[in-house]
Design a protein around this ligand. Structure first.
Ligand code: ARG
Length: 439
């Protein structure tokens, strides 16, 4: 019998219900964590004397064998099981006999599943952090190799001069916060729920501190009901993953624009581009569009679980089973996108010429012309208006500001002198004051 319950039932489940209820296809990913949790639980049961030493060793040996057989492929994660917990218990009993039935003493699947999920997510979060670090290294390298002066944008309109390095490092900094957010989520969830049992703890004198320690948690949870019904940590990671995707989507959008024929600031490598079945000339940034697109599904997973949990009465409810599909999918998606974006950035070419050409148009030194007048005592608001008129004049004449003659400058303010040209030179602008940080 593969079911963990049934004593009080007179009829078997409707086949539709059986299928509907089963989470094995999804939660089999928790297999290693489930076995790790069961081993820790067995050690604790032995320590407090609920299991005799030799019983404990037999159960642990059985669990370790299952683990080895799964790793070697001898035991496959298939079968008609309700969930991963039923799978493990069934195979344990098959191997060591009725002793295996003692494993579930002082435990419920309610505290078991949330412990499994925490163990799993701690590990997955470290993988995400490592992948973010790798992407950051690639960004830093690309930034250092391409320090060119460049037009920065606001509203996608040319604004002021920056450097390509400073531009790219903006994403490095965003990713730095992403790592901290994930680490923070791990820190907050670092409490062990095992021992909360179904919702009310147990009358056995178990040692939850010991279990928590064996599993590498800081401490056990304080409240049993909260322990089994808390899914904040899943939501928190889903939120953090959503913010990561928002960042990846923004860089994707930038690169889609910058790689367009109109900009050509960067060229994506063929390896991360695709073509059109009808238009032979096309090279499309599908890698970046997919990252941007998949952001929607990661947000969707967050909204789905927030909605699922809203209004659930304490403590455990089966609704919570929906948490795993959401978090697994978001983790897979984010890991893929981090890998792809790393490849895109590592292989892309930065077109210095096009970037330099673009600083010629757009009056990127207009703010500095105003600053020049401010230095001569003009209130900034008045200086702003004067330079607005200068820009209008330049637009009519088809000139850049630095192409105006001193006479023309003086037509707008007698305070302009020969040194204006030096003051609004793009390279000199970047060399002045706090802007030096960009170089
Ligand atoms: N599969 C369930 C989940 O993922 C855990 C089992 C709890 N089942 C129960 N009948 N209390 O949440």
């Amino acid at each position: 019998m593969k079911k963990l319950w049934g004593g009080r039932f007179e009829k078997v489940e409707n086949p539709l219900m059986k299928k509907f209820n089963s989470s094995f296809e999804i939660d089999k990913r928790l297999i290693f964590d489930d076995i790790e949790g069961s081993i820790a639980h067995t050690k604790m049961l032995t320590k407090v004397g609920i299991l005799r030493e030799e019983e404990g060793s037999k159960i642990i040996n059985g669990l370790e064998e299952i683990l080895e057989d799964i790793k070697s492929g001898k035991l496959e994660l298939i079968g008609d099981f309700e969930d991963v917990h039923s799978f493990v218990e069934f195979h344990l009993i098959q191997r060591i006999g009725i002793l295996g039935k003692k494993l579930h003493t002082a435990r419920s699947r309610n505290d078991q599943v949330v412990t499994d999920l925490k163990l799993f997510l701690k590990r997955e979060c470290s993988i995400i952090i490592e992948k973010i670090k790798f992407l950051q290294q690639t960004i830093k390298k690309k930034a250092d190799e391409n320090p060119y002066i460049m037009a920065g944008f606001t509203h996608l309109q040319p604004a002021q001069v920056i450097t390509f390095r400073h531009y790219l490092m903006a994403y490095f900094n965003m990713l730095e916060r992403d790592k901290r957010r994930i680490q923070n989520a791990i820190d907050i969830m670092d409490e062990c729920p095992l021992g909360s049992c179904a919702l009310a703890g147990t009358t056995y004198d178990i040692d939850r501190e010991f279990t928590a320690k064996v599993l590498g948690f800081k401490k056990p949870v304080e409240n049993f009901l909260d322990g089994v019904s808390d899914r904040d940590f899943v939501l928190e990671i889903l939120s953090d993953l959503s913010i990561i995707m928002m960042h990846l989507s923004r860089i994707s959008e930038d690169f889609i624009i910058y790689s367009s024929c109109q900009f050509k600031f960067i060229t994506l490598d063929d390896e991360f581009s695709t073509g059109s079945s009808i238009m032979p000339q096309k090279k499309n940034p599908d890698s970046l569009e997919l990252i941007r697109g998949k952001t929607g599904r990661v947000y969707g997973n967050l909204m789905a679980l927030l909605t699922t949990l809203k209004g659930l009465p304490l403590a455990y409810n089966k609704d919570m089973q929906e948490d795993k599909e959401a978090i697994f999918d978001s983790l897979d998606t984010v890991k893929n996108c981090l890998d792809i974006l790393e490849g895109v950035i590592r292989t892309l070419k930065v077109n210095e010429e096009k970037i330099l050409k673009a600083i010629e148009d757009g009056y990127l030194n207009a703010t500095e012309v105003a600053d020049y007048l401010v230095n001569k005592g003009v209130p900034f608001r008045d200086a702003h208006r004067i330079v607005g008129k200068i820009v209008l004049f330049c637009e009519e004449k088809g000139k850049n500001i630095n192409e105006l003659s001193l006479e023309e400058f003086k037509g707008f303010s007698s305070l302009f002198e020969e040194d204006i040209y030096d003051f609004i030179d793009y390279y000199k602008i970047l060399n002045r004051g706090i802007k030096k940080i960009m170089l």
